[in-house]
Design a protein around this ligand. Structure first.
Ligand SMILES: Cc1ncc(C[n+]2csc(CCOP(=O)(O)OP(=O)(O)O)c2C)c(N)n1
Ligand SMILES: [Mg+2]
Length: 324
């Protein structure tokens, strides 16, 4: 892979910071709405993981595809999904991505390359391989970004997918968001290796471990990995070490970790690191930074208003769009 660091324009920095803020505000609102009893499913929040979700998507080119995980709000916002439709889906409204019947775990926008979130851990690996095979077969020049968690890499589907992607040299980048736990199980207890990227050796493909709280490293490594896959050289496995601040889901008492651990990770919060970079490098003025944050917040407040004012699905549509 290329040696020199990929340059970041002001425009891309602005989009990254805006979307990372949107992702954080989106989930703060989701927590609030859940507590008020307005979200009927549980929630899987990605607060703390905004850099991996957003920044890796911003390294994609127009027309590229992505498959998301159950912890996929930051990924979806990064990919460019509409926050109004996302919020409406979480509130079970007819204006949502699945007309209010799928919830967070089934948000998808297939026409625009978003193969979808997935309630099945490891379900995205093989779907992504299928999508990547289509790109190769049709010579579209497009690449698939496949998100997954650390726990998911213990599923058989991970190994099947990496093997096939390697043998067929599929245009796909697997991005593992290693947030150190699969539910309450620490990585050290569910696998016997330090770095998940080592698993790439079995399939003779490049494997890289990066800091998932550092937007600079994510953008650099993801851009290069996507170029590698786009050039027809085959898949890449990227592991980003990151952390989720919330419990696994809304019903997690978090007895398996202590506050100090959470606080340690919050010190390298991806948004904090981003804003420090903006200040240190004088990319934007304080006023401009404030405006980006305010606009991101306003967009989420609008999304909540849109969702609250939207109608519920009609009872007559209850059997529509049911596949199984
Ligand atoms: C096939 C399957 N097995 C188990 C579950 C239950 N489950 C939901 S999330 C989860 C943990 C996944 O851990 P990881 O891949 O690390 O993702 P994270 O939740 O940490 O983002 C499990 C076991 C599931 N949804 N699907
Ligand atoms: Mg995990």
């Amino acid at each position: 892979m290329e040696e020199t660091m990929i340059e970041l324009s002001e425009e891309i920095l602005l989009r990254m910071y805006y979307k990372m803020n949107q992702a954080r505000f989106f989930e703060e609102k989701v927590e609030d709405l859940f507590e008020k009893g307005l979200i009927y499913e549980t929630t899987y929040l990605s607060k703390g993981e905004e850099a991996t979700g957003v920044v890796s998507c911003l390294a994609l080119e127009k027309g590229d595809l992505a498959s998301l995980t159950h912890r996929g709000h930051s990924q979806a916002i990064g990919f460019g999904l509409d926050v109004n439709m996302m919020m409406a889906e979480l509130l079970g409204k007819a204006t949502g991505y699945c007309k209010g019947k799928g919830g967070s775990l089934h948000i998808a926008d297939v026409e625009n390359g978003n193969i979808g979130a997935n309630g099945i851990v490891g379900g995205g690996f093989t779907l992504s391989c299928g999508a990547a095979l289509t790109q190769k077969y049709k010579k579209t020049g497009k690449v698939v970004l496949c998100f997954a968690g650390d726990g998911a890499t213990n599923e058989g589907s991970f190994h099947e997918a990496l093997n096939l992607a390697s043998v067929w040299k599929l245009p796909i980048v697997f991005l593992i968001e290693n947030n150190l736990y699969g539910m309450s199980m620490p990585v050290s207890k569910h696998m016997n290796i330090e770095n998940i990227s080592d698993r790439s050796a079995s399939y003779n493909i490049p494997g890289l471990t990066i800091d998932g709280t550092d937007f600079l490293e994510i953008y650099d490594v993801m851009t290069k990995s996507l170029r590698y896959a786009r050039a027809g050289r085959g898949p890449v496995l990227v592991e980003a070490k990151t952390y989720r601040y919330n419990g696994h889901s809304s019903s997690d008492a978090q007895v398996y970790r202590n506050k100090e651990e959470v606080q340690k990770w919050q010190k390298k919060d991806p948004l904090l690191r981003f804003v420090n970079y903006l200040h240190e490098n004088r990319v934007f003025t304080d006023k401009q930074i404030q405006t980006i944050e305010d606009e991101a917040k306003t967009s989420i407040e609008h999304a909540v208003e849109f969702a609250m004012e939207s109608p519920e699905p009609e009872i007559t549509t209850v059997l529509e769009d049911i596949y199984a």
